[in-house]
Design a protein around this ligand. Sequence first.
Ligand SMILES: Nc1ncnc2c1ncn2[C@@H]1O[C@H](COP(=O)(O)OP(=O)(O)OP(=O)(O)O)[C@@H](O)[C@H]1O
Ligand SMILES: [Mg+2]
Length: 303
Amino acid sequence: MEALEQVQPKKVIRVKGLRKVYRIGDERVVALANINLEILQGQICCIVGTSGSGKSTLLNQLAGLEKPTKGSVFIGKTNISSLSENRLAEFRQRHLGFIFQSYNLMPTMTALENVSLPLIFKGISRSKRKKAALTMLAAVGLKKRAYHKPTQMSGGQQQRVGIARAFVTRPNVIFADEPTGNLDTKTTLEIMKMMVRFARKHHETLIIVTHDPELSDYADRVITLIDGEITSDVLHTPVYNWNGDNAPASDSEQAAPAEGPPEADTPDKETESVLPILMEDPPALPLDIELPDRIEEKGESSL
Ligand SMILES: Nc1ncnc2c1ncn2[C@@H]1O[C@H](COP(=O)(O)OP(=O)(O)OP(=O)(O)O)[C@@H](O)[C@H]1O
Ligand SMILES: [Mg+2]
């Protein structure tokens, strides 16, 4: 019995009876009707649906960026819907990472400063911040751009800074709303591979909102919304393996993975199954990328 319990994946997010209604004057928009959902540690989830179906609203609710009209969102043991704004902000800094469509980098700061910023909020010393941020920038292939500002970088490079900033604190859950919405196809694949590799490396949960159906190839799970309701929730084996090495995109960037195995090894994307990676410990990780260690604050509690 005990052995069985040990392999049970941890539920990182639990959503119960979630409803979000926006009111503008006399008009009411039911953005989310009645969402019930559980997301496991290490799952890579895509939330898909047409424009206006409620994807961003759901992501914002899961991340505690907006309060629900009804229902609750638990992250770990914490009911984030019941936290005060200050406690919520603290919780987000401690446990969550964010990647945005328009990167949201601080324009006056260098790449290094942008990536260091979340570590400042966590009270990490200057020297540890710099070391961790530089390691993270190297992992996204931007070591040489550490002292560049956002306007001196391409969109793809800016998003890689955004990824480095999101992962540098080793958050439990990373939320990304249309992270590749402003990028071309080749860069989109590079960015997706990178996010998947980083999340897999430390068994972190990644939730991506996208309207690009191809991106769901990378996910363990695809949740489809129509008019604020979940109409389909499918587990499948991603086309790309846990470290993204068999992704077909060209690997011109420094941080992109090495040559992948032959196409015949690619898992069947139609196979609907509970992913073995969710039932086991994360694999030993012979990755060619180095990510910084998690820097703990004094007295920091786990999720
Ligand atoms: N702050 C708001 N005030 C009023 N209505 C809102 C607000 N935010 C979202 N809505 C409405 O809620 C519904 C869901 O919006 P949401 O932004 O979640 O859609 P989406 O699936 O992310 O769409 P897109 O793909 O275009 O980003 C829409 O009808 C939208 O008009
Ligand atoms: Mg949206």
